[in-house]
Design a protein around this ligand. Structure first.
Ligand SMILES: Cc1cc2nc3c(=O)[nH]c(=O)nc-3n(C[C@H](O)[C@H](O)[C@H](O)COP(=O)(O)O)c2cc1C
Length: 184
């Protein structure tokens, strides 16, 4: 069974993190970390509490507790997705701060050359945001903006969310039936 980490930070678009969790929890061991601001956004945007992120193969970690399995490179993780990724977290990961569990696990993914997917959500982007994203790309992370395509004639918010989540799961090598393959 594959092992993934999902981190939810305090950017708009926590629906992407929730949908990713819903899709992965039945097919993988899932570790969830939610930043303090992420907890607020979960409540504001979805009316959810962190306790939603429970299940048979699920571990919900405290962001402040760095002394845990996933903080070590010796604990193999197949992929980490920060979704949504706030510009605050992106800046701190780009600078190698490692001040909380989300930043530490992201740092481990980069140093171990493992899959780190960042789903930034901000508009417009400043020079600082763009420099941080470039630094992370150059360090081996994959930048996957929460920017759905419209060519499959999606007409619901859910289908637009699924478009982005499908792209994330494709990158992780997981299974999904969120979108049919594009046909002309
Ligand atoms: C309602 C609300 C929406 C926000 N949306 C975003 C956003 O879309 N993108 C972003 O980068 N920051 C956003 N922020 C700011 C972050 O929450 C803030 O920078 C925070 O310190 C990030 O902390 P974290 O990365 O530890 O979660 C938002 C804040 C609030 C209160």
């Amino acid at each position: 069974m594959k092992r993934f980490v999902i981190a939810i930070t305090g950017a708009s678009g926590v629906c992407y993190g929730k949908r990713l969790f819903d899709c992965l929890k039945s097919q993988a061991e899932v570790h969830v970390i939610i930043s303090e601001r992420g907890v607020e956004l979960l409540n504001i945007e979805l009316g959810l509490k962190p306790s939603y992120f429970k299940g048979k193969n699920v571990t919900l970690h405290k962001t402040t507790k760095i002394n845990t399995s996933i903080a070590s490179g010796s604990f193999h993780v197949d992929g980490m997705v920060i979704v949504p990724a706030s510009m605050g977290t992106i800046g701190r990961v780009a600078a190698g701060v490692s001040g909380n569990l989300i930043e530490r696990v992201a740092d481990v993914m980069l140093k171990e050359k493992r899959k780190l997917i960042l789903v930034p959500r901000e508009a417009p982007l400043s020079t600082i945001h763009l420099k941080n994203l470039l630094a992370l790309d150059q360090a081996g992370a994959l930048i996957l903006p929460a920017s759905p395509g419209f060519y499959q004639q999606q007409n619901t918010v859910e289908s637009l969310v699924d478009f982005v989540v499908a792209r994330i799961i494709d990158q992780l090598g997981g299974e999904h039936d969120l979108m049919p393959p594009y046909k002309v």
